[in-house]
Design a binder for this molecule. Structure first.
Ligand code: AMP
Length: 249
């Protein structure tokens, strides 16, 4: 069984980002980049399935600038077997990404594609769903548990107010939720080993679907700053404010 994991290079979620002065987007100059946290969870899950003897190979794929090789190396250091990079220096959108991933999937023939539920840069939460639709494969989004059987997968997914369990016939697309697992740290020997693992670099020109951009960003603004807090003199006053001003009780 083969598992394909698309991973996206995003701004490191631990740093504070700045909006460009002209509001045209986020200023990425000298900003630390990292693997998208939900993709990291996807890589971890794929590696665990391989370690449990359920899968033979984990292939990671990224669509992004040349520097996305670092993102792929991070996934390889966690334990993925090989990587594919579609080099795209300009911006990409979920539909184009899903179409390009469909072509990679058709060539690689994976049994499962594990996708992050969303990329934390644009919070689209679209790619996995679109990819499943384009492939005509069953999908289980927001997974918090994945079990593989003979030709089927049982996936627990997080829904409003509870959990839903689905049984799906392979091949499938799964998107990861936060509680699926806790990703491992790559050990130094594995970081060294990852440097020798292959990255197959493809040109964006071979994936014209990526250039079909349909979204226009009109404006990017910072969220409003948090209002200053106040001190209350008694519990009674606190309860009264929570009830009449904050309206939370
Ligand atoms: P999104 O729909 O943009 O929120 O992204 C959801 C998931 O799709 C991510 O967690 C990745 O697994 C995958 N994905 C999105 N964009 C890319 C990309 N440029 N390269 C590889 N995978 C991507």
């Amino acid at each position: 069984m083969k598992i394909l994991v698309p991973v996206k290079r995003v701004t490191d979620p631990n740093i504070k980002i700045r909006v460009k002065a002209d509001g045209s987007g986020v200023d990425l100059t000298s900003v630390k980049m990292a693997i998208n946290p939900f993709c990291e969870i996807a890589v971890e899950e794929a590696i665990r399935l391989r370690e449990a003897g359920k899968a033979r190979e984990v292939v990671v794929v990224s669509i992004g600038p040349t520097a996305a090789q670092d993102t792929l190396r991070a996934a390889l250091a966690m334990g993925a077997d090989r990587a594919i990079l579609i080099e795209a220096e300009t911006g990409v959108e979920p539909l184009g990404v899903a179409k390009a991933l469909k072509r990679i999937a058709e060539a690689e023939n994976p049994d499962i594609i594990i996708v992050g539920k969303q990329a934390v840069d644009d919070d689209c939460n679209q790619t996995g769903q679109m990819l499943a639709a384009l492939l005509g494969w069953p999908q289980a989004t927001f997974a918090s548990k994945v079990e593989l059987g003979e030709g089927v997968a049982t996936v627990k997914r997080e829904i409003d107010g509870g959990l839903e369990t689905l049984e799906l016939k392979l091949p499938i697309v799964v998107t990861t939720d936060l509680r699926l697992n806790t990703p491992r740290y790559a050990s130094l020997p594995n970081i060294m080993k990852a440097k020798k693992k292959p990255i197959d670099v493809r040109k964006a020109a071979d994936f014209p679907e990526l250039a079909d951009l349909r979204l226009e960003v009109l404006k990017t603004i910072e969220p409003p700053g948090r209002a200053a807090g106040i001190k209350v003199n008694s519990i009674a006053e606190l309860v009264q404010k929570l009830r009449s001003e904050a309206r939370v009780i």
